[in-house]
Design a protein around this ligand. Sequence first.
Ligand SMILES: Nc1ncnc2c1ncn2[C@@H]1O[C@H](COP(=O)(O)OP(=O)(O)O)[C@@H](O)[C@H]1O
Ligand SMILES: [Mg+2]
Length: 237
Amino acid sequence: MTGTPLIELVDLAAAYGQVQALKPTSLTVAEGEFVTVLGPNGAGKSTMLRAAMRLTPASGRVRFRGRDITRLSTHGRAREGIILVQEGRGLFGQMSVRENLILGAYTIAAGESVEARLEEVFRLFPRLKERFGQTASSLSGGEQQMLAIGRALMAKPKLLMLDEPSLGLAPRVAAEILDTLGTLNRDGLGILLVEQKAPQALRLAKRVYVLSLGGIVAELAASEVGSHHDLSRFYLH
Ligand SMILES: Nc1ncnc2c1ncn2[C@@H]1O[C@H](COP(=O)(O)OP(=O)(O)O)[C@@H](O)[C@H]1O
Ligand SMILES: [Mg+2]
């Protein structure tokens, strides 16, 4: 990593009973950096993101913008600017697109305009504007993922973490969503993206970590994955 650290996970570890789902793991995302974590099903990717957000009990430390936030609650971390788009999206199906988005704005500072945040989200995802009054459950899978990301952006995050956003989506739709993440990153947003397989995610990311059996087994520049025989065979095809 080069540049000022945005988030630093230091020996973060988590277990479910006897199952050590995440061994002590250290990972950093710099200010404005796009980092992808690749790993097969069961590797511990979701556990790592949930531990970073304190949605699951964990040992180790978390620093954000140079400050130790290990003792901060999930909500406190969100207020600092760390937002996780969870796998499964967690939308309120019977509520409208607009209502789901407004719920995402709960951590923004007083004086910040919710309307301005909505306009920003609609600029990135014009389809959400068209579907404004529809219920979340009536949206397509891709639109639901856009809504989940849009809701996260309502909080004006400094770091956006995403758990397999392309899961179950047609490649074209997944590409559209990942392109938007690229746009957000070019505007300076730090991104930590977790995927099982992701040729597209590797085009966006500068650095890649590979997680396997609860531990990081490789850390490399995204451009190096293609020339790494085992990794490219596993993650690019
Ligand atoms: N709530 C849970 N209770 C018990 N074991 C779990 C739970 N969630 C995940 N695990 C186990 O922890 C390991 C890592 O899971 P997970 O973090 O979901 O991996 P990934 O997101 O990479 O697929 C797996 O062995 C999984 O079975
Ligand atoms: Mg997962």
